[in-house]
Design a protein around this ligand. Sequence first.
Ligand SMILES: NC(=O)c1ccc[n+]([C@@H]2O[C@H](COP(=O)([O-])OP(=O)(O)OC[C@H]3O[C@@H](n4cnc5c(N)ncnc54)[C@H](OP(=O)(O)O)[C@@H]3O)[C@@H](O)[C@H]2O)c1
Length: 516
Amino acid sequence: MTNKIISTNREWDLVIYGATGDAGSAIAMYVANNFDTYEKKNKKNDSTSRFRWAIAGRNERKLLQLRSRIIVGRLKPSSNDEIGIIIADSSSIDDMSNMAKSTRLVISAVGPYTTLGESIYSACAMNGTHYVDITGEVDWVYSMREKYSKKAKETGSTLCSFAGYDCVPCDITMHLARSVLLASSASSSSHTANQKDDASTTSTIHFTSAETVTQVNGGAMPKGTIRTMISKLPEGAAFLKKLIRYAGGGSSGGSDSGGNTRGKCSKTTRSLIQWLLPRWSSEFGAFTLPHFMGWCNIPVIHNSYCSSVAKTTEEEEGGGDSNSMIIDCIYHDRVAVPFSQGCFGTGYGLLQTLIVYTILLIGTPLFLCFQIFVAFVPSTAVILLKLFDSLQYSGNTQQNQKQLEDSTVEVYTYATSSEGTKAVVHMFVNGDPGIKCTAMLAAETSFSMLSLEDKNKLPKGRIGSPSMIVGDELVKRLQNEETMSGCCTLSVISVVDNKNQNTTKDYIESSSKKDS
Ligand SMILES: NC(=O)c1ccc[n+]([C@@H]2O[C@H](COP(=O)([O-])OP(=O)(O)OC[C@H]3O[C@@H](n4cnc5c(N)ncnc54)[C@H](OP(=O)(O)O)[C@@H]3O)[C@@H](O)[C@H]2O)c1
């Protein structure tokens, strides 16, 4: 494993590529309002070491307009108004390579990734540049990982995908649940070891149940998400196959350099089948439907948690923590029927579930027929895309800012370990999923990566989801009340250790001792 340090002398710390799009412009605005939370923590606030960032895209006029909008519209006045502009088109290898060489990290919001994403991904892998994207295209990430993992290891580039609403809320709440379950296991095994006077405290435990229930209130569909859905229409079965293979690790190994790939794929397949069914989520206490991003979250979670805890560079090189916790169960990714929590007795939620499934029963065969038609006549997808583009649709306009800001995302993750300990983690985000929440999560993932690199703790050459790359650092940032200022909260609601009857109080006491 290489431990190459990306030069801090590069012109930019961060470049937002695709900054003129719905998601890209929201990321740029978030960065403008919040880069000081990274800068304050990591750098001396003098002119030579201040945060240097740029917005990039193919259209100079739009970029100039965006820069003016950011400077006028940002919430906090800043002395750092120097936002660079980079003109780069994804079809130009030179543009991509020059941009990658000029910065420590690129956030790419240019999609659909399957058609437009590879040139910047490849340029980052080749030039040892760190990379973050907000894709949900698991099949594309699977192909990129197969193609570039060797190169990334050679150059030290760390490539982090799924850093938006797909898949951070599930990924990071599962990460926090895993941390507390491991902490609880370690404390009970050291207790047992003390009793037996045995020095060995390492253990391997696994998840025996894992479920995420999401409640989304409001929002608007980003333009790129609709374009991605249309462009995926011709792929059909090949797409499904890659979803499942991604979870298994693929030939490059992904997060998992060994292990039972077939078993993992079968758990993912079973999770995807169960995802399609209605469910009474007993821990949450409500009827739940398949979460609309479950097809993406399920393989990503199975991949992120199919091997041991994401290790830091030192651990990878020097052994490090040998505790591990893998997912060896069905992962449920659900969305709650609104206002149905605690209504099992009255059956409230059941009626809505039946209505949704009736629509699905009628709609699915029609959709499948259409999909088969598009598979045989792929130009249909191209015509649909042109039609859609002619509508001048945008999900992130000046007019709908209030609607986006008034939306909320709330996530509960329930996980049980093979030792019988149960953890409940809660995350709340102020803002709609596709634009505001995605912007905050992509920017915070990037700040976490830069911050770990400053401390020489970023795992180099790794490809994966945010939890695999910056899990603990991202949790720390999202839990910081001062810097998040109400925009996001992330907390452990309860940890109940069935054997020792320790509770949340014990966990909180032990973790605050650890922090101090
Ligand atoms: N994870 C999530 O929850 C989440 C949320 C939102 C979006 N996404 C994904 O993120 C991607 C972007 O979404 P969006 O809604 O922001 O899309 P969008 O509004 O259509 O923006 C696309 C961006 O890509 C740029 N672009 C297109 N072709 C290009 C080329 N050849 N070279 C350089 N730049 C090019 C566009 O530039 P112009 O302005 O010049 O056209 C624009 O900046 C999509 O794949 C979407 O699925 C994910």
